[in-house]
Design a protein around this ligand. Structure first.
Ligand SMILES: *[C@@H]1O[C@H](CO)[C@@H](O)[C@H](O)[C@H]1NC(C)=O
Length: 214
């Protein structure tokens, strides 16, 4: 165990040293910090940390993975890999901290997916809040996208159902729908899906979408 700890310490040192050798490319590697096992830290931490043999093995494997050459484009941690870019985007687009819990509850769309749809000039933004909320909080209506407003409640999207064919002629048009939390938008999304609209994305609340930079 003592020898193995030293091995990990050497690996970790090599890793830290390598990250100080900065080339423009691997500067981005710092956005995905490698897993450093607790057992490789100071001796006081080592004494108080219990690591099972399996955890130790996994930590060691993770460390070795993190040490793979960054120039290998097959690495998920390559600076320009899709994975790394996704992580970076998620960090940049982090919104209200409860987005992930509402995401599960109201089937909110991935931020990345929303970003893609917002770049599409065909996309229609559908606001299902009340007039009063819009007057008080403002609205999300980027100049390059069409904006629609039909108030819905958490249980009633009937006005939307009635007006949909007029407001959104094509069922393949991407629609980004939002309210205040994503709840009413979820009801609206289901109503639209039932009408055959199959590119409907729930962006959650105005607070979630207003910060999205295009
Ligand atoms: C539907 O529209 C009518 C007329 O504008 C309005 O009075 C009613 O409150 C709306 N229903 C909902 C659920 O928003």
């Amino acid at each position: 165990m003592r020898t193995s700890s030293r091995t990990i310490f050497v690996s970790t040192t090599a890793l830290l040293l390598r990250s100080t050798i900065t080339t423009p490319a691997n500067a981005f590697a710092l956005t995905t910090p490698p897993v450093i096992p607790a057992s490789s830290s100071t001796s006081s931490i080592r004494r108080t940390t219990t690591t099972t043999p399996q955890q130790y093995h996994n930590n060691r494997i993770n460390n070795l993975r993190a040490l793979r050459p960054l120039s290998s484009s097959s690495s998920p941690f390559h600076p320009f890999s899709t994975f790394t870019k996704s992580l970076f985007n998620m960090m940049m687009m982090s919104s209200s901290p409860d987005y992930s819990s509402r995401k599960a509850e109201y089937q909110l769309a991935d931020k990345e997916v929303l970003m893609e749809q917002l770049k599409n000039s065909e996309t229609i933004v559908l606001d299902v809040r009340t007039e009063a909320e819009i007057a008080a909080d403002g609205k999300f209506s980027p100049s390059h996208l069409q904006y629609r407003h039909v108030p819905c409640t958490p249980t009633d999207a009937s006005n939307l159902t009635m007006q949909a064919a007029t407001l959104i002629p094509s069922q393949t048009t991407p629609i980004i729908v939002y309210c205040k939390s994503g709840r009413r938008a979820s009801t609206a999304q289901k109503a639209l899906n039932e009408l055959g609209y199959n590119h409907v994305f729930n962006a959650g609340g105005f607070g979630d979408i207003q910060d999205m930079k295009l």
